[in-house]
Design a protein around this ligand. Structure first.
Ligand code: DX5
Ligand code: ZN
Length: 219
């Protein structure tokens, strides 16, 4: 099963409700919410207020990607706002194990993201506790960047660890530069959740855009 997670970062924020309804009708399963603080990444986006505002208007699985320093300070607020899964960056957590368990204590699924420059090995002591690993396929901060092809090797390495350790419920997500051209490469390597921002919201025909990505990975 491949899940498509449109990222609202590339949506029109002046009509967010309508934008989300469109991708939901078009058959997306997840909604990816990019939270940036201007410190961990050089951009600022949104906070729990926006998640809370969206939540009653959609049945999409709310996938909250925290690109922020000190994520532990904000995890309870995002959980309360309606996140179904919260992903923190390994690079932003001094006490990664503690942060993962803080997420789970809120009754929310837990993910850890790794930047292109971070090896899979940073996850070795926590991988069994995770619901998801997010392999960044661009450096986080902005939508519309080009896919870094060297990350495919890391997706494959992570998938091998997943198979070897029998972590059948662990999801592998990818984020950044995913299009109908790059999706087959990451799915072949083991990715199951595909975040797509500009490839979906950058096109007027969202249903067509989602169908194109889905068809590109259909075997
Ligand atoms: C990048 C964000 C992504 C971004 C992806 O920092 O984490 O979720 O929205 O956008 P595209 O699909 O346009 O690369
Ligand atoms: Zn993201």
């Amino acid at each position: 099963m491949i899940y498509i997670a449109p990222s609202i970062l590339s949506a029109d924020f002046a009509k967010l409700g309508q934008e989300i309804a469109e991708v939901e009708q078009a058959g997306a399963e997840w909604l990816h919410v990019d939270v940036m603080d201007g410190h961990f990444v050089p951009n600022i986006t949104l906070g729990p207020l926006v998640v809370e505002a969206i939540k009653p208007h959609t049945n999409l699985f709310m996938d909250v990607h925290l690109m922020i320093e000190n994520p532990d300070a904000y995890i309870p607020a995002f959980a309360k706002a309606g996140a179904d899964l919260i992903t923190v960056h390994a690079e932003a957590c001094v006490h990664l194990h503690r942060v993962i368990h803080l997420i789970k204590e809120q009754g929310v699924k837990a993910g850890v993201a790794i930047n292109p420059g971070t090896p899979v090995s940073v996850l070795s002591e926590v991988i069994e506790d995770l619901d998801l690993v997010l392999v960044m396929t661009v450096n986080p901060g902005f939508g519309g960047q080009s896919f870094i092809s060297g990350t495919v090797r890391k997706i494959r390495e992570l998938n091998e660890i997943k198979q070897q350790q029998g972590l059948k419920d662990l999801l592998i997500e990818v984020d950044g530069g995913i299009t109908a051209q790059t999706a087959p490469l990451v799915v072949e390597a083991g990715a199951e959740v595909l975040v797509a921002g500009s490839a979906v919201f950058g096109r007027p025909d969202r249903a067509g855009a989602i169908a194109e990505i889905r068809n590109s990975v259909r075997v």
